[in-house]
Design a binder for this molecule. Structure first.
Ligand code: F6P
Length: 407
């Protein structure tokens, strides 16, 4: 048992004890509220103006801007806001739930990460725990729902990507009111044209591609830059075009080595004796599989990674050109959010509060045709948004001579 799991179990037991006592000992709670049980008096009293806010999944530039916007927007409308730390798991621990005021969100619009903390392993329907030295998964979703009611929340603003929003949808089906806010650097949620975090990720990736040009040109090498994006190629496509890549490889277009060699040969013949290849972590050769560098411990999802290293090796043997690979990894999730992400995040946060105020439930705020709208939560999580192969961006890239490794 590692220290983290041990601590978690210890804390879990403490929670169970306190739950049994019906006294969570939190000074911001109504003293007459018992864990998950409403008295007759509470049922007849006017609803409390309380909102919860939680961030789940991977961290992402702009999360703090959303939290700030939710807190200030809600307070200005007479709501109290409670921040749940470390994803949904925070609902299980009383010391991980805090009242947020304007002071708690001071000076964070420009910062990366999330002041609430986050987790992509804290799925309450499938929570990994260690019991008697054995790792197992348990369903603690009822406890999350009970805690939500005990706090007297009218809605839970859930900021997350597809995984987090799927969990929120499950909780919504158990009686929690959810307003989702789409977060992911991957920009892969079907129901929204844009997610915050994407702009910062492509800015970081473009900057890195700009920088590797120096080595590529000086050493006459093929530099292969692996970017994130999960099963989609949005980051690769946008940063590749902006960074002047010669070859861009996307999960949506399986590649072959022969067209890539043709592109490289053409450059060398034109005395442009270097090349930049941008490859999405989910890219794969025709007839081949995506590469995962970690199987995914317990309830965690397998992690993509390693395609750039593999491609560098294969391309060197196939073409004879010197290759080097570079994986940008979590650099793309860090740093200050771009102004575009801060703005989108702020608009999403304020719109989520307006949705609560209007009494909307189980919806997600979304960006469509330059406006913020709400869409049913279920539709938000039903499909992955892939790069459309007939888009003008792909067409334009091809017209500029960029190879996608397919023709
Ligand atoms: O969804 C965001 C993302 O950064 C993906 O692009 C990437 O595949 C994954 O998360 C990495 O997750 P982790 O932080 O668990 O390694």
């Amino acid at each position: 048992m590692n220290a983290h799991s041990a601590g978690r179990i210890l804390a879990e037991n403490k929670v169970a004890d306190k739950m049994a006592m019906g006294n969570m000992g939190l000074n911001f709670w109504r003293s007459d509220l018992h864990f998950g049980v409403m008295t007759e008096q509470q049922k007849n009293s006017p609803p409390l103006k309380r909102i919860g806010v939680v961030t789940g999944g991977g961290d992402c530039p702009g999360l703090n801007a959303v939290i700030r916007s939710v807190v200030i927007g809600a307070i200005n409308r007479g709501w109290h806001v409670f921040g749940i730390e470390q994803g949904f798991e925070g609902f299980l621990y009383p010391d991980r739930i805090h009242r947020l005021d304007a002071k708690s969100v001071k000076g964070i619009i420009h910062t990366g990460g999330t002041i609430l903390g986050t987790s992509n392993r804290g799925n309450p329907f499938n929570l990994e725990i260690v019991e008697n030295g054995e790792t197992k998964t348990v369903d603690v979703s009822d406890r999350v729902v009970a805690q939500y009611h005990a706090l007297g929340l009218a809605a839970m603003i859930t900021i997350g990507g597809d995984g987090t929003l799927k969990i929120a949808d499950g909780l919504a089906k158990k009686g929690i009111s959810v307003i989702g806010v789409p977060k992911t650097i991957d920009n892969d949620l079907m129901a929204t044209e844009l997610t915050f975090g994407f702009s910062t990720a492509i800015a970081t990736a473009t900057d890195a591609i700009d920088k590797v040009h120096a080595t590529a040109e000086s050493h006459e090498r093929v530099m292969i830059v692996e970017v994130m994006g999960h099963f989609t190629g949005w980051i690769a496509l946008y940063s590749g075009i902006s960074g002047g890549a010669d070859v861009i490889l996307l999960p949506e277009i399986p590649y072959r080595l022969e067209p890539i060699k043709r592109k490289l040969d053409a450059r060398w013949q034109n005395r442009r004796r270097f090349a930049i290849v941008v490859v999405a972590e989910g890219a794969r050769p025709e007839g081949g599989e995506m590469i995962f560098n970690a199987p995914g411990a317990g309830a965690g999802a397998p992690r993509l990674g390693g395609i750039a290293d593999q491609l560098a090796e294969e391309l060197y043997h196939y073409t004879g050109y010197e290759t080097r690979s570079l994986t940008l990894g979590h650099l793309q999730r860090g740093g200050q959010p771009t102004s575009a992400d801060r703005l989108l995040a702020t608009r999403f946060g304020a719109a989520a509060v307006r949705a609560v105020e209007r009494g909307e439930r189980n919806v997600m705020v979304a960006y469509r045709a330059a406006r913020i709208v709400t869409v049913p939560l279920e539709s938000a999580i039903s499909n992955t948004k892939n790069v459309p192969l007939d888009s003008d961006i792909i067409l334009s890239a091809r017209e500029l001579g960029i190879s996608f490794g397919d023709e």
